[in-house]
Design a protein around this ligand. Structure first.
Ligand code: SAM
Length: 210
């Protein structure tokens, strides 16, 4: 990343990548690990009210995963601080006639409005986009917006050595350390499907909020 860029924790950094079409993370379709998990029968459990589960997606980008989950009947909220990402996510959902809530805001501000609001959180390529020094803060945030017993499904990436990013590398051990004060890990392993360029670099974790 160039030294003249704004810090990675600012929306300006990400707006700049979108504006210069440097959005190399864009798949143009839902994340294969999520699609495969759902196809294999994975579910975010519904609340006792019988209403569909509410699922949050931090750093949702253009909302391909949000739309996939909405198609499955979930009540989905996508959050991203990049204006263009939220505008495109809204337009894509509207074009499909899907109801999805997209909010343009910094995810680190979510707790005030969304404490204990969600049955599930889907994490994909947001954890690797934030400053690694904020990982504990991120996990605490996810814990805060989930209901007790809520599920975090996270596909962590990229599993490799080094410190440069984004995407900032992570290891299985680091994932366990950062999650364990706040979550009980239900299962973890490589996802059944990955985008070709991410194959072997992803680690799917289903965790229960403590
Ligand atoms: C690598 S992109 C991934 C986007 C999407 N998850 C996908 O898979 O296409 C990371 C996204 O997180 C957003 N983001 C990073 N830090 C954020 C923050 N603190 N608050 C809100 N959004 C953030 C960026 O704007 C960007 O859209």
């Amino acid at each position: 990343m160039g030294l003249d860029r704004p810090p990675v924790s600012t929306s300006a950094f990400w707006e700049g990548l979108y504006a210069s079409r440097s959005d190399g993370w864009e798949l143009g379709h839902p994340a294969p690990p999520l699609a495969a998990w759902l196809s294999a029968g994975g579910v975010f459990p519904a609340p006792d009210s019988g209403e569909p589960a509410r699922v949050a997606i931090p750093g949702c980008g253009r909302g391909h995963d949000a739309r996939l989950l909405a198609r499955q009947g979930y009540r989905v909220s996508g959050f991203d601080f990049a204006e263009v990402a939220i505008a495109e996510a809204r337009a894509l959902a509207q074009a499909e006639g899907l109801t999805v809530s997209f909010e343009q805001r910094d995810i680190f501000t979510l707790e005030g409005d969304h404490r204990g609001s969600f049955d599930g959180v889907w994490e994909y390529t947001c954890f690797c986009a934030i400053d690694p020094a904020r990982r504990e803060e991120y996990v605490r945030l996810v814990h805060a917006i989930l209901k007790p017993g809520g599920r975090l499904l996270g596909c962590f990436y990229p599993l490799r050595e080094g410190t440069d990013g984004p995407p900032f590398p992570v290891s299985e051990a680091q994932i366990e350390v950062v999650l364990s004060p706040w979550f009980g890990i239900v299962e973890a392993g490589p996802p059944a499907e990955s985008a070709e360029r991410r194959r072997g670099l992803e680690w799917l974790v289903l965790a229960r909020r403590l």
